[in-house]
Design a binder for this molecule. Structure first.
Ligand SMILES: O=C(O)C1=C[C@@H](OP(=O)(O)O)[C@@H](O)[C@H](O)C1
Ligand SMILES: C=C(OP(=O)(O)O)C(=O)O
Length: 426
């Protein structure tokens, strides 16, 4: 296994430009593929999750050309006419590819087998399959009930009234919303349970609007989408920087001495994870807000007690910021950390203890007491990009750390360690 030893960093300072948002990139690619017309997508993310979406679209006959660095894509929309692929669709561990494609392909005539990495087979999808089945879809589980892989016999879906459980993942509702315009009648969706990760629904509704489709959102309790609508290309669309990826640099500036200019997200961001910058202000960081950039400086950091349900991805970064804050940090209402790239509650607790923190791992929360001295150790990353990136904060805090399998950042941020290096002084 590859290992990366990060030397103690004495200061981070300088300017970075974020790669495009994963959540926006995959939504935009899918809707551009389904749309009528050609869409030029700028600042597309080049990472594993996006490659899986692009690969699947190509297998279904969508023509996409990429520029040399794969950040500009020209997508020739198929006006809803996806072809039946000859081979299975392998979607890695990309939730933003697997979930929306499940709903869209269930409403697309043809036969589709959706597979993924071993971890994808442990990530639940039953709530989405249940909702689609209520609407008449034909989706079969190929291994275990409620989990991928799936066999989908796509067919016309008429829409109607449907309930969906929103308590485990917002991606199921995102998937249903994105597929609903393809149904032949109107769809009225009611949320069962508490809807988690709500800001991602705003991203979905926003991107659908850019492709000409309106969603009526009644206070995140019910949603209405008209049937038989054609997505329309906006011709040109820009992907804003990834707000979850920004969290590592916001945290780095807050922990270390220098000043970091983070280009690509700011006051205007449509991504909920921008809220991490507000959380870091509460922790004590000095954040200067611009429309599309942030400048972050160090502050006197104090632990906080927050409900992180709206920012599940960026909140992981707070768990390693906690190592350098005064007093305990509690991150609450994050049960679904357990069903992401790994069981993130268990993994973070284990790895934080290895560096010396005292950690309480609850059913849906984690509480971290910073250590008096940070221990040199290697960090297991569990094929989870965010664990690798979070624990880089230990080096930013001035302590050597070894990251096992650093290549796992390829899921969303393949150049992460190079970007960090570019602003680091040792
Ligand atoms: O819709 C999206 O783009 C995402 C939604 C969130 O998942 P959940 O809704 O499962 O929390 C988030 O963790 C994931 O990285 C991306
Ligand atoms: C949970 C994540 O990914 P996915 O889109 O596969 O759910 C993540 O990127 O942290």
């Amino acid at each position: 296994m590859e290992q990366l030893t990060l030397k103690p960093i004495s200061k981070v300072s300088g300017s970075i430009t974020l790669p495009g948002s994963k959540s926006l990139s995959n939504r935009i690619l899918l809707l551009a593929a389904l749309a009528e017309g050609t869409t030029e997508v700028h600042n597309l993310l080049d990472s594993d999750d996006i490659r899986h979406m692009l690969g699947a679209l190509a297998q279904m006959g969508v023509s996409v050309t990429l520029n040399a660095d794969k950040t500009v894509a020209t997508v020739h929309g198929c006006a809803g006419q996806l072809k039946t692929p000859e081979e299975v669709l392998f979607l890695g561990n990309a939730g933003t590819a697997y979930r929306p494609l499940t709903a869209v392909l269930a409403a697309t005539p043809g036969r589709f087998e959706l597979i993924g990495e071993p971890r994808m087979e442990e990530r639940p999808i039953g709530h989405l399959v249940d909702a689609m089945t209520t609407l008449g879809a034909n989706i079969q589980y190929l291994k275990s009930t409620d989990y991928p892989p799936l066999l989908i016999e796509g067919k016309k879906i008429t829409g109607g009234q449907v309930d969906i459980d929103g308590s485990i993942s917002s991606q199921f509702l995102t998937a249903l919303l994105m597929a609903a315009p393809l149904f032949t009648g109107d769809t009225h969706i009611r949320i069962k349970g508490e809807l988690v990760s709500k800001p991602y629904i705003d991203i979905t509704i926003g991107v659908m609007a850019q492709f000409g489709v309106e969603v009526v959102n009644d206070n995140y309790q019910s949603f209405t989408v008209k049937g038989l609508q054609q997505y329309k290309s906006p011709d040109r669309i820009m992907v804003e920087g990834d707000a979850s990826s920004a969290s590592y640099f916001i945290a780095a500036a807050a922990i270390s001495g220098g000043e970091i200019e983070i280009n690509g997200v700011g006051k205007q961001s449509v991504q909920g994870d921008i809220g991490f910058a507000n959380v870091m202000e509460q922790v004590g960081a000095n954040v200067e807000w611009f429309d599309e950039k942030l400048i972050v400086r160090k502050g006197k950091l104090t632990g906080v007690d927050i409900d992180a349900n709206a920012i599940p991805d960026a909140a992981m970064t707070l768990a390693t910021v906690a190592l350098f804050a005064k007093g305990p940090t509690a991150i609450r209402n994050i049960y679904n950390w357990r069903v992401k790239e790994t069981d993130r509650l268990a993994a973070m607790a284990t790895e934080l203890r290895k560096v010396g923190a005292q950690v309480t791992e609850g059913h849906d929360f984690i509480e971290i007491n910073p250590p008096t001295t940070i221990k040199l150790t290697d960090i297991d990353t569990y094929n989870d990009h965010r664990i690798a990136m979070c624990f880089a904060m230990v080096a930013v805090g001035g302590h050597e750390i070894i990251i096992n399998d650093p290549g796992c950042t390829a899921k969303t941020f393949p150049t992460f360690f190079n970007v960090l290096e570019s602003i680091s002084t040792y």
